[in-house]
Design a protein around this ligand. Structure first.
Ligand code: SF4
Length: 415
């Protein structure tokens, strides 16, 4: 055997060792997860979409509720979008839920409600990328397709000591090729799950547990002592911070005990979900990013924005601050309590004008919230709700928490 052949044989042995030991370990150690109890492609699909950016422990109750409410592709396809979003409420990344429902309608119309086992068909479903397609095809149908996400790339980078940047597209392609080669014949379903399980339980991002790891013996990063410095990943651009002023408008008269919410526009960020009204905060003194606007100026600004949106309310004071992080943006919401008035809001306070003057800033024009005309048909619908009504509307996490907190505090004050 030539040196080259010997080297190739060694590489092959290392791969075989990895696949066989990993599979054996998985059969003894795998977690009992609800979507693993059947090979139902619909369940696997739902779980994989929910698991994107979300931890298993968080997903389990959501998955159980979702499957109970939408047990089949058809039931999901036929449901009102509001109900699907309500079931997703708290999981975040709501476009996942919308895409899922869109794809369920595709499956119903094109494939008679059966999740297809054909590669092109699965790839054609909305919201299904290479990882999810690979997971559905391999886990549900035992097709030898790789399912490579960040977890899997971490394990492969370490075991094979690969220093390619996993944030780059060509690295993913290379990893997919490698992962496909590693799948033992007829074992795609278990093998892919085993790889994911190792990344989740043992070969974790910060402190890999190498001692009990089933593949430690041939792990190149471990042998070289560099497991914690892999994988190589260039940092994504941090999300852009955006300061916003939000209004917690409490009702009076016929709206007493209720809070005003509005619907977001028909498309774009968090489309059609419900929230407290909020607007971008003008720059603070000297235009410094991140600096807080003087309270009087913030109250003035909110009053103008509310008035422009047709809401008569008097901002009273700062209540709390809250954050909502998207992949590209972080909202910091400064939330002000406001009281409903039955007459147009008061004219600008001299105090507020002085704040703008002191900051050397012009009084800003009032803006409508982005993309909404204020007409119910175009988003921008408003409702007065009490705690029970919250069940009928889907809220992004941050507003769900704020509303729950407000109603908790109101109840405590009453008792
Ligand atoms: S030995 Fe350590 S670094 Fe290598 S695969 Fe196992 S847990 Fe990861």
């Amino acid at each position: 055997m030539t040196t080259h052949e010997q080297q190739e044989q060694q590489e092959q042995d290392v791969k075989l060792f990895f696949s066989s030991h990993l599979l054996e370990w998985y059969h003894g150690q795998k977690r009992d997860l609800p979507w693993r109890r059947h090979r139902n492609p619909y369940y696997i699909w739902i779980s994989e979409i929910m698991l994107q950016q979300t931890r298993v422990d968080t997903v389990i109750p959501y998955f159980n509720r979702f499957i109970e409410r939408f047990p089949t592709v058809e039931s999901l396809a036929d449901a009102p979008e509001e109900e699907v979003l309500k079931c997703w409420e708290g999981l975040g990344y709501y476009s996942r839920a919308r895409n899922l429902q869109h794809a369920a309608r595709q499956v119903k119309e094109l494939y008679g409600g059966q999740v297809p086992d054909d590669r092109d068909a699965v790839f054609g479903l909305k919201g299904v990328g290479p990882y999810t397609a690979g997971a559905i095809l391999s886990i549900a149908f035992n097709r030898p397709e790789p399912a490579v996400d960040g977890n899997v790339m971490r394990v492969l980078s370490r075991y094979f000591l690969l220093e390619d940047d996993i944030a780059k597209g060509p690295t993913r392609v290379k990893m997919e090729r490698l992962a496909a080669e590693l799948i033992p014949e007829g074992e795609a379903s278990y093998f892919n799950q085993a790889l994911m399980e190792l990344g989740a339980l043992v070969c974790t991002p910060k402190s890999p547990r190498c001692l009990p790891c089933p593949v430690m013996e041939h792990c190149a990063a471990r042998l070289a002592g560099c497991e914690t410095s892999l994988p190589v990943k260039t940092k994504a651009k941090p999300p852009r911070p955006e300061e916003r002023l939000a209004a917690l408008v409490t009702g009076s008269g016929e709206h007493a005990g209720r809070v005003l919410i509005r619907q977001r526009p028909q498309s774009g960020l968090l489309a059609r979900m419900w929230e407290l009204p909020h607007w971008p905060a003008p720059p603070a003194e000297g235009g410094a990013a991140g600096a807080l606007l003087p309270e009087a100026a913030a109250l003035d600004r909110l009053r103008r924005s509310l008035r422009q949106a047709g809401i008569f309310a008097r901002p009273e004071g700062h209540w709390t601050a809250a954050e909502h992080t998207f992949s590209h943006i972080v909202w910091t919401l400064q939330v002000y309590t406001c009281r409903e008035e039955d007459a147009p809001a008061l004219p600008l306070a001299a105090e507020a004008r002085a704040s703008y003057a002191a900051a050397g800033a012009a009084e800003p024009p009032v803006e409508l919230f982005e993309g909404g005309s204020g007409h119910p048909e175009d988003g921008g619908a408003v409702r007065w709700i009490n705690r029970e009504d919250m069940e009928s509307y889907a809220f992004p996490n941050v507003f769900l928490k704020l509303l729950n907190r407000y109603f908790d505090e109101a109840e405590q004050q009453e008792s």
